[in-house]
Design a protein around this ligand. Structure first.
Ligand SMILES: [Zn+2]
Length: 92
């Protein structure tokens, strides 16, 4: 059941996103300039997921607005469900 203990914070750290504390909308300000919308792909065990982030072209930091974060959370939920499902199959 270790998978259940993965905290949202850990996952966010792992994929190196910056999510602001308050509700917000892009574009964001980073390195004295505005971030630009960039499309990214995530691949996980044969699943692929396309999503958008706001990226700083200077330092490469990615930012998520509220909507983007929600979409990505959906993907993480699917990932987690997928892992749980596989673990259950292996245990039987
Ligand atoms: Zn920056």
């Amino acid at each position: 059941m270790a998978k259940e203990n993965i905290q949202r914070q850990d996952i966010i750290k792992e994929v190196k996103f910056t999510i602001a504390e308050d509700a917000f909308e892009g574009p964001f300000r980073c390195c004295n300039q505005l971030t630009k919308k960039t499309r990214k792909q995530a691949h996980y065990k044969g699943l692929s997921f396309s999503y958008e982030v706001w990226r700083c072209s200077k330092c490469g930091e990615d930012y998520l607005d509220t909507q983007q974060a929600k979409k990505l959370e959906g993907f993480w939920t699917a990932q987690k469900a997928f892992d749980t499902f596989l673990v259950e199959i292996r245990e039987k």
